[in-house]
Design a protein around this ligand. Sequence first.
Ligand SMILES: Nc1ncnc2c1ncn2[C@@H]1O[C@H](COP(=O)(O)OP(=O)(O)OP(=O)(O)O)[C@@H](O)[C@H]1O
Ligand SMILES: [Mg+2]
Length: 237
Amino acid sequence: MALLNLERLHSGYGKMEVLHGIDLEVRRGEIVAIIGPNGAGKSTVSNSIVGMADVFSGRITFDGFDITGMPTHKIVDLGIGYTPQLNNVFQSLSVRENLELGLFNLKDDVEGRIKRVLELFPEIRDKAGRPARVLSGGERQMLAVARAIISEPKLLILDEPTAALSPKAAQSLVKKILEIREMGLTILLVEQNVRRALGLADRAYVLVGGKIAYEGDAKKLLGDPLLLERLFFGVNA
Ligand SMILES: Nc1ncnc2c1ncn2[C@@H]1O[C@H](COP(=O)(O)OP(=O)(O)OP(=O)(O)O)[C@@H](O)[C@H]1O
Ligand SMILES: [Mg+2]
């Protein structure tokens, strides 16, 4: 059984439907990428999973639980870590305080968890007492990812983790994502940069206009530029 399953999902915001019947699954140990043009609904997929969009019909199951319409904190408790696309750290709080927020109501082994996650991100270890606003863009994304994994979730959802980063900072984040997968986490990655996403992922979904236009092996898609072009720009491109 897949770790995460979206079945015929229709969701959006208020009265506006953004996703028009999405079927998507993430199996244990996979990195699955969602790519697609701006406004296709990629962030709405992750928002729907974590209870931050309105589900109109369809079903979302995670680790055997039906999480459709569940409040966000309960979904997080079941083991989903989420790094949103925007505003993903509290600028005025220290790096350490941001990490503590990622623990929610976990009270055991707080120091051990903070220590382990900072070992994975030595880039921000020496800045643990500084406010997040003094971090570079790359360091800030690392903090956002660190906060999402500190509770040791089963699934990590990353929404455009490398957006607005320099190529070098993006590359070091990509290395971290691969390390996190080696630790046994399953990852759902929303990414603008098609090559980067497909390079990282095992499988990919191309989302266009709130529908899945393609699903398949990431490397196969990466090796088929004509197909990619057709998916992104239409049949006659
Ligand atoms: N919180 C929200 N409230 C209302 N409408 C929203 C909200 N977030 C997104 N939308 C709308 O939903 C549609 C899809 O947006 P979404 O953010 O899911 O696209 P995306 O594929 O992530 O785009 P991008 O690549 O620009 O991040 C857009 O029309 C957008 O205006
Ligand atoms: Mg988005």
